[in-house]
Design a protein around this ligand. Structure first.
Ligand SMILES: [Zn+2]
Length: 159
């Protein structure tokens, strides 16, 4: 089974990724993103990504649409944050924070295509009428350093 990462309504080809590669992409975004997230809206993006946790939603259901990830968030800022994470991840030589060794070529390919979709989302999605307001506190897993979603840590749950 595969998962789709899309930008609905936009004239853009969705990413269709295997379950394994979807999990690696989300893990990497959550892990690297947590290193640079400062604002609540940045942490919110990471929590929304982490909710696509295969242990909770099941393999084949971990895809997402960027419209939902960036909902109520300034799309240009959100896209900039996500593409910065991808750029950081592309520079990574070793994945000391991951509990497995990802296939580097597959991961780099997914990061590149995801970054393109994010940059398109930044131009395509409308700006929200209200500034983003966090509805909950953001907590890091003290083992893995990623932001927790409502069902816990995406790493603790899966590995
Ligand atoms: Zn954890």
């Amino acid at each position: 089974m595969a998962n789709t990462i899309s930008l609905r309504g936009a004239d853009a080809e969705a990413l269709v990724l295997s379950n394994g590669l979807t999990a690696v992409l989300i893990d990497v975004l959550c892990l690297k993103g947590a290193e640079i997230a400062i604002a609540a809206w940045q942490k919110e993006i990471l929590v929304r990504l982490a909710r696509h946790d295969a242990a909770i939603v099941g393999d084949g259901f971990t895809g997402f649409d960027l419209t939902d990830i960036l909902c109520d968030i300034n799309p240009a800022e959100g896209a900039g944050f996500l593409s910065d994470i991808c750029s950081m991840a592309e520079q990574e030589k070793q994945w000391s924070g991951l509990p497995y060794s990802p296939d580097r070529e597959l991961l780099l390919g997914a990061l590149l295509r995801f970054k393109e979709l994010c940059l398109l989302a930044g131009r395509y999605l409308p700006s929200p009428s209200m500034p983003f307001h966090s509805r909950h506190p953001y907590t890091l897993c003290n083992r893995h350093g990623v932001y927790l979603h409502e069902e816990g840590c995406i790493f603790c749950n899966n590995y």
